[in-house]
Design a protein around this ligand. Structure first.
Ligand code: LMR
Ligand code: SF4
Length: 522
């Protein structure tokens, strides 16, 4: 095989997967958009998402800044050298990272050190199989951390929150799957896709769940029971009202694929792999002789061009909003330093446009600030939970290549204390925060702003310059970047008066979940 050519093919696969959402996924996002009522928070978020999909495609830049844990599934004809393939994939990964198509995402689990090139112990994940066919089949999924953290495994029989007893039968499985969507709320950047694995042990069950994510979103399950279950879940999960980003709305789930394998008598696992809307998985058929791509997978049928859709939709949305007399949300401009008085005026549901300065800070910074002084004056400032993709040019200037929010709940143990101690007035992230932060917002005069998860190109475009950076030793995603922004839009979802949209949606979706307690599959 021409291994240089094969490496180029792998590079194309990586770049396409990171920057160009597959056709089946685009169609699912489009149908979600059609179901939402114009003018609602969910509809507005979906507009940002679809704009972002177009921008990523046009800029050939990551759809989401979290380019995940690259996982390759490779099938080779007998006689193909798999060691050569591994080497070529590793080289392609290094190049894609250098070019800003992948975020340096490989972190030493013990020292915390970022390898900088996406290689590391066990990474990237490559799973090989041999087969009788005469071509190489390579599939890649870039699954980010926020949705990975929402994976869940059930061990039947058990008691399930909201749904009661779940036994070792199809109806018990139904309860697990339904609950898995509920427990993710908006934190895995809903609306999401789920892959479900029934049976196996803990690890093969999760493998089976993840393998389902490689099915086309539009296929039909050949197993009649599972087909019915998939259809039931799609319908029912969308009645939970969690919606895009957990803002409430008609679409919570974009796809559900279920697989089954045998188990051992004592174990009965139901494993669920949750994938965000930014469902980046593609595949190619490669010639073992030339190393060239002969065919792209998941690319049948119409490719939705969201730019064209946007033009049509904008007109229709304005007309529909006028007709339905939907009140446009209040729009407020914020610019740091922000006073307590300004913060106290903000209420859940307000749309905020931020101009001026903000500082990124995620896991490492929050831990650091909880034990140390801040390197800069944070009084009245805004912290953005974000780990961007950054590139340095020849003059040493930093450029933002992708910069959406990360899941905020991980900072729950620190956030309130840090805000109070340093005088921070606003934090931006996604998925919301818990009771400790909500209390601190009231006490101190702070606000939580929800940005649209995965909209990394949209937000990168709002960032006009990078003015400085601290803690580069924590790695690119974990450093504290000083950003100047313009028109950075987010929604107030937790205010200084004790209100939290996340708390409300969680409560109402739990009530809705409880309506599905009664057996459906006998
Ligand atoms: O790591 C990130 O930038 C985001 C992560 O995928 C998340 O969803 O929290
Ligand atoms: S930020 Fe959201 S869209 Fe991006 S990887 Fe995490 S869960 Fe997926």
């Amino acid at each position: 095989m021409d291994i240089q050519k094969f490496q180029e093919s792998m590079y194309s696969l990586i770049v396409e997967t990171s920057t160009n959402l597959p056709k089946d996924v685009r169609r699912a996002v489009k149908s979600a958009k059609q179901r939402e009522n114009a003018g609602t928070r969910s509809a507005l978020s979906l507009t940002t998402i679809t704009n972002n999909i177009t921008m990523a495609d046009d800029n050939v830049s990551p759809i989401c800044q979290d380019t995940g844990l690259p996982t390759f599934k490779i099938k080779t004809p007998v006689g193909v050298n798999q060691l050569e393939i591994k080497e070529a994939i590793r080289n392609a990964i290094i190049l894609a990272t250098k070019g800003g198509k992948l975020r340096p995402n490989a972190v030493d689990s013990l020292s915390g050190e970022n390898s900088g090139d996406n290689l590391g112990e066990g990474l990237p994940v490559m799973k090989f199989d041999q087969w009788e066919k005469d071509y190489i089949d390579v599939r890649l999924i870039l699954k980010g951390g926020g949705c990975e953290n929402k994976n869940i495994q059930y061990s039947l029989p058990m008691e399930i929150e909201g749904l009661g007893k779940a036994g070792r039968d199809l109806d018990g499985i139904r309860k697990c799957v339904l609950h898995s969507v509920y427990q993710a709320q908006g934190q895995g950047c809903s609306a999401g896709f789920i892959g479900v694995g029934i049976g196996g042990d803990r690890s093969s069950g999760y493998d089976l769940a993840k393998a389902q994510l490689f099915r086309s979103n539009e296929d039909v399950n050949p197993n009649e029971d599972l087909r019915k279950l998939e259809e039931y879940i799609m319908e029912t999960a969308n009645e939970l009202g969690i919606g895009t980003m957990g803002f409430g709305g008609e679409t919570t789930l974009l796809g559900c694929k279920i697989g089954v394998m045998h188990r051992i008598p004592a174990s009965f696992f139901v494993s669920v792999a949750y994938n965000c809307w930014a469902f980046r998985r593609l595949g190619v058929k490669v010639s073992p002789e030339t190393g060239e791509i002969n065919e792209w997978l998941y690319q049948d049928g119409e490719k939705i061009d969201f730019a064209l859709e946007a033009e049509k939709a904008a007109k229709e949305e304005v007309a529909a909003a006028i007709e339905a007399e939907v009140e446009a949300p209040r729009e407020i401009i914020l610019q740091a330093p922000i006073t307590e008085e300004q913060i106290r005026e903000l209420k859940v549901g307000d749309v905020v446009r931020i101009n001026g300065r903000m500082y990124t800070g995620r896991d490492a910074i929050h831990k650091h600030l909880s034990e140390n002084p801040a390197p800069i004056d944070l009084d009245g400032q805004i912290i953005y939970h974000c780990g961007p993709v950054m590139l340095k040019d020849e003059e040493g200037k930093w450029h933002v290549k992708a910069a959406g929010p990360t899941t905020s709940i991980r900072e729950e143990p620190y956030q309130g204390d840090i805000m109070k101690r340093f005088g921070i007035r606003a934090v931006i992230g996604k998925g919301g925060m818990g009771p400790k932060t909500l209390e601190a917002l009231s006490e101190h005069g702070g606000v939580y702003l929800n940005a649209i998860g995965g909209a990394a190109q949209y937000y990168a475009d709002c960032i006009k310059s990078v003015e400085g950076v601290n803690f580069t030793e924590f790695g690119i995603p974990e450093a504290m970047w000083h950003l100047n922004v313009e028109g950075f839009t987010a929604v107030v979802t937790m205010d200084s008066h004790g209100n939290s949209l996340h708390k409300d949606v969680q409560q109402s979706s739990l009530e809705k979940l409880s309506q599905f307690k009664e057996p459906v599959f006998k």
